[in-house]
Write a protein of this length. Sequence first.
Length: 197
Amino acid sequence: MQINEKILTFMEGNNGYITNEDAIKIGVNKFYLSKLTKDGVIERMGPGIYGDPNLFEDEMFNLQYRFKKGIFSYNTALFIHGMTDRTPRRFDMTFPRPYNTAALVKEEVRAYTQKKELYDLGITTGITPNGNMVKVYNREKTLCDLVRGKNRKDAELISQAMNEYVRTSSKNITKLMKYAEIMRVSKVIRNYMEVLL
């Protein structure tokens, strides 16, 4: 198999994307990605990320590739999990403390930091609207973040998210209450659950 064909075959099986890291994993020098870009066969979507020119750019996938420690959280996590009808205008990402978020100022990102034990809690994967897998906090961690964080003033958003959560068959109240204890929001979460369940 020729190198160009190897790259395009990989992209076909990876939602139209390839990164510098992917190229190395499949035994291809990243020089060939630059060459295919110059030839107009693929397009550079961001630093180290290449895609099919006919694709809509997946901003979430690109952001997480560039900022690997970022986990989609808050409103963005609600959107990925289908718990809100609001499409995020800016993406919410959480990073371990201390993390220099200065590079995110130019991006459409609201950056949050959490101490390591909270940052590591509830990390899972979700699918972007473009079909790519990204790291996101699970529903339970997201709900606890909402009532604990700066978004707690948005009562309508929290209420909608709580209602969506209790309607899903995949809800895990035990896990939700465990996270609420760890994050010191158990009273607030318990009040919501007592009303909705």
